[in-house]
Write a protein that binds this ligand. Structure first.
Ligand SMILES: [Zn+2]
Length: 249
């Protein structure tokens, strides 16, 4: 029976997924949490050296913070979208744009006055992909898909009806739409894609897991209120039509 263990590592969760054929990690938390993540893995009777892979939903510091140390200790490959690989190698990223007034101000101040962007120990990605990647060869029937919007290379992992969406959705104080997103028009396309998936549970990096119906309700609300103005010309060519929805790999 599959176990999904949220590990609080800084301001958000990373997830340890233990399944019948092994175990893998989704994200690695903020810098400084390597020991606590390693301890949690050991506490389940697992040897870190058997870690199948480390999937990074994107390379913000609170997701990629311990990627290097976990890669070094386990020998497991790091999987990340190709457009995020440069930031992973540099160990730094730009402050993302806010999606509401408060977070727009926070983002503005961060972008203008913070000379050092949030940084973390740089790591080398082992597997990069563009549209989708199947982790079957690594021993897990997991599908990784490019789901941009929060950042250009944001991606999600689908496994046994569970969606690990990184920061593409939140579940904090009733807020599901992320407070930060570099491209909200692409994010709404990502949300529409999520809605087509045969999943039952969503696992955000920030906040607790939620049933798909909670997400679907948030999507409906988002569309009804028309908060996102779709720029059709801009979206042309960025459709998710080519992505698999039946999870057959
Ligand atoms: Zn993020």
């Amino acid at each position: 029976m599959t176990k999904i263990i949220p590990i609080m590592a800084g301001v958000g969760h990373c997830y340890l997924v233990i399944h019948v054929s092994g175990f893998f990690l989704v994200d690695t938390g903020s810098p400084g949490h390597f020991q606590s993540i390693a301890r949690r893995i050991h506490s389940h009777g697992l040897d870190l050296r058997n870690l199948q892979f480390i999937f990074l939903t994107h390379t913000h510091y609170d997701h990629a913070g311990n990627a290097f140390l976990l890669q070094e200790a386990s020998g497991a490959p790091i999987i990340v979208h190709e457009s995020e690989s440069g930031m992973l190698k540099q160990g730094t990223h730009a402050v993302p744009n806010g999606t509401n007034l408060v977070f727009k101000i926070i983002s503005f101040l961060g972008q203008r006055f913070s000379k050092s962007h949030a940084s973390f120990k740089a790591a080398n990605p082992d597997i990069v992909f563009q549209t989708a990647y199947s982790a079957k060869d690594l021993g897990a029937e997991a599908l990784i898909v490019h789901t941009p919007g929060h950042t250009l290379g944001s991606s999600s992992l689908i496994f046994e009806g569970n969606l690990f969406a990184g920061d593409s959705l939140f579940n904090v104080a009733g807020m599901v739409w992320p407070p930060f997103a570099n491209d909200e028009a692409r994010l709404i396309e990502t949300w529409k894609y999520f809605d087509t998936l045969p999943i039952t549970t969503c696992y955000p990096a920030h906040g607790k897991r939620m049933g798909k119906e909670v997400f679907t309700k948030a999507l409906k609300k988002r569309r009804q209120k028309g908060r996102v103005k779709l720029n059709r010309a801009k979206l042309r060519g960025h459709s998710h039509g080519r992505l698999p929805t039946d999870l057959e790999m």
